[in-house]
Ligand binder design. Structure first.
Ligand code: DX5
Ligand code: ZN
Length: 220
C-alpha cells in the first residue's frame, strides 16, 4: 500500500498560498491547519480562506481543525469543500455525532489526539471514523521535534484497526521528516503530514517523492 503524503501549508508562504499549493500537486492531500487561538496558542486562517483554498488546490484538502467547539464549527469546513475534516477529541462534546454529520456532508471524518490523549476510548468506535490522527507533537506550531513516546500509541491503534478489518487511515502530524518517517510507518501510520520537511526542501516535489518512498517501504 503506498503511503500518503500530505504537506502542511502551515510552512508555506502565506502571501503565496496558491503558488505553494501548486508546488505540492504531486502530494496526496494538502493539509490545512486551522487554529483559533483558543484550543492552541496560535491563529492561522478561518472559513473564508479555507473555502478558497479548497477551490484552487490541485489536490484534495485535508483540514485539521485545532479549534474549540468543533461540534459547532466543523461541519462548515465539510460544506466548504474539504475532502477530509479532522477535529480534536479533547475539544469535541459528541465526537460520534460530529463524525456522522461530517460524513453526511460528504467529507471523510477524522479524530485527532494530542500526545497525552489515549486512543483506547476510540477503539470500539472505529466504524464511525475514516481516520485517526495521532499528533506526534503538541499541536500549534510547525518545526517541533517528533515525540518518540507516541509510537506505542500508533502501534496500538494500528493493531486495533487491523483487527477490525476496517479501512481507517492512521495519520501522524508533527516532526515528520526523513529522520522520523520510517519509524512512524513501521509503527503503523499510513498518512504522513509534513510541513517544514516539505516546504523547507530545495526540491519540494522531490522531497514528497522521497518521503513517500521511505514510508511506503514499511506500510502494508
Ligand atoms: C502543528 C500542525 C502541523 C504542522 C506540522 O500543530 O498540526 O500540521 O504543520 O509541522 P512540521 O511538519 O514542521 O512539524
Ligand atoms: Zn496539522
Amino acid at each position: 500500500m503506498p503511503a500518503l503524503i500530505n504537506p502542511s501549508i502551515l510552512s508555506a508562504d502565506f502571501a503565496n498560498l496558491e503558488r505553494d499549493l501548486q508546488a505540492i500537486s504531486t502530494a496526496d492531500y494538502a493539509h490545512v491547519d486551522v487554529m483559533d487561538n483558543h484550543f492552541v496558542p496560535n491563529l492561522t486562517l478561518g472559513l473564508p480562506v479555507f473555502e478558497r483554498l479548497t477551490q484552487i488546490s490541485p489536490v484534495p484538502v485535508d483540514g485539521h481543525l485545532m479549534i474549540a467547539d468543533p461540534d459547532r464549527w466543523a461541519p462548515a469546513y465539510a460544506e466548504a469543500g474539504a475532502a477530509s475534516v479532522t477535529f480534536h477529541a479533547e475539544a469535541a462534546q459528541a465526537p460520534v455525532r460530529l463524525a456522522r454529520e461530517l460524513r453526511r456532508l460528504g467529507a471523510r471524518a477524522g479524530v485527532a489526539l494530542r500526545p497525552a490523549t489515549p486512543v483506547e476510548p476510540f477503539l470500539d468506535l472505529l466504524s464511525e471514523v475514516d481516520m485517526i490522527l495521532v499528533m506526534t507533537v503538541e499541536p500549534g506550531f510547525g518545526g517541533q521535534s517528533f515525540i518518540e513516546g507516541t509510537l506505542a500509541k500508533i502501534r496500538r491503534a494500528r493493531r486495533a484497526i487491523g483487527e477490525s478489518g476496517l479501512d481507517v487511515h492512521l495519520q501522524v502530524d508533527g516532526g515528520v521528516s526523513r529522520s522520523t518517517i520510517e519509524r512512524a510507518a513501521e509503527a503503523g501510520a499510513n498518512v504522513f503530514v509534513a510541513g517544514s520537511a516539505v516546504y523547507g526542501a530545495d526540491d519540494v516535489a522531490g522531497e514528497i517523492e522521497t518521503l513517500r518512498a521511505m514510508a511506503s517501504r514499511h506500510v502494508h
